[in-house]
Ligand binder design. Sequence first.
Ligand code: 5MY
Ligand code: ATP
Length: 371
Amino acid sequence: MAASDAENNLKYNKDIWHYRQEGNQRLVVYSLQRKVVQIFQKRRVLTNPTESQKTEPMTKDELLEKLRFIRSVISPLIGNDFVHIGCTIEHDEKYLRDLNNSVKQYRSKSRLDKEIDFTCPFAIEMPDLCFVPNSNDMPTFAVEIKAKSGLIPNWDYPFLKGVCKFCMSQHYKLKIGKWCDGKIIWAEEVRELDTLISNLRKFLKTENGISNDCLLTRFFDILIKTLLWTRSDEKQIRGSPVCAAVQHNSSRNQEKEGYLPKDCVLEGIWKLQKIDTIRNIRTIYNSYKKVGNKKEIDDYLISTVANDCSIMVALQSEIKQNGIQIKTDFDCYTCSVGVIDLDKKPASKIDGHYQELLKSVAVYRNSCSVH
Ligand SMILES: O=P(O)(O)O[C@@H]1[C@@H](OP(=O)(O)O)[C@H](OP(=O)(O)O)[C@H](O)[C@H](OP(=O)(O)O)[C@H]1OP(=O)(O)O
Ligand SMILES: Nc1ncnc2c1ncn2[C@@H]1O[C@H](COP(=O)(O)OP(=O)(O)OP(=O)(O)O)[C@@H](O)[C@H]1O
């Protein structure tokens, strides 16, 4: 399904489209009226005339192939309930330039080495997952969780036994100033944390005197129930004072099947992360260099999607007809859960992954004094 041409050929309207966020590859704007987002491809800003773009602009066929990959490979594994494919839309260069200029003021400085790719007229439109379906005027609380893998790789290094790649690489990320996207962790932005807490208080309609710890416990209770929600087991989760992961799986073989309720969003992502059975980047890198085992490489690339995607959770108090229904001891909520950023990674990334691994291991070794 494509949005109508008449709608898309309009001039860029800054009163309708607002900056939402961006990642390494794409910039996202949202329309409050339509409750949709549009996702634009980015490219490097060239700083001198001798430079040129390293990659060609994305063609419509390439974009359609990306959507096909999500529909046919990713969605069946993560679960159709949680994946929105989106549709393609087209804008002219003037529209893209106007949009680029207008959102610039809201972008983080660290992202300004890239801009919207004016040579790629195609964007993706999909539901704004910061809202529940049929959202009303009640406050909505939305959370984005980047679902990095906690699986333990088959390390070549004995000192990394039992350490996951995420924990290992944080020392390196900290060193290059890229540790954790969460703004609220920075001391100079404590006011943002205050705002978050005060919004949470309003959202949870808490009585005066309740401590911040208690507030967060209530919020995490809702969040965990949402992340463990499954279509088939919904009734068992409702109102339960016990962690649903434990409750659901007491009779299952946890070693083999894991601890997560079958078909909840976390299990879907975990299934995808486990597709790479080699779990050793050096082996994958060698295979890639020798154009070796294609299945190994493909499985690795598919699992890297699940190591980098985000879960979007939106919550609104009160029960509506559509959406996931969650009950706690305090209130009832309608939620939506969606997984975004599911593009297949190109094989050319393997080189970079391997180089980054070597650098991260060296930094880990140093900072933890292990050999
Ligand atoms: O490998 P990592 O853990 O550094 O993940 C990269 C992400 O870093 P972060 O989640 O902040 O730690 C990184 O995220 P940010 O740019 O830091 O938001 C990207 O998602 C990158 O993927 P791509 O280049 O956009 O395809 C990610 O790279 P890929 O490994 O997915 O290629
Ligand atoms: N459907 C959506 N609804 C609400 N917000 C969204 C949606 N899609 C994307 N976003 C927001 O825009 C951000 C950037 O989108 P996306 O993750 O697709 O970019 P990316 O460049 O591929 O990211 P990365 O650097 O992680 O690869 C997301 O982290 C999220 O905050």
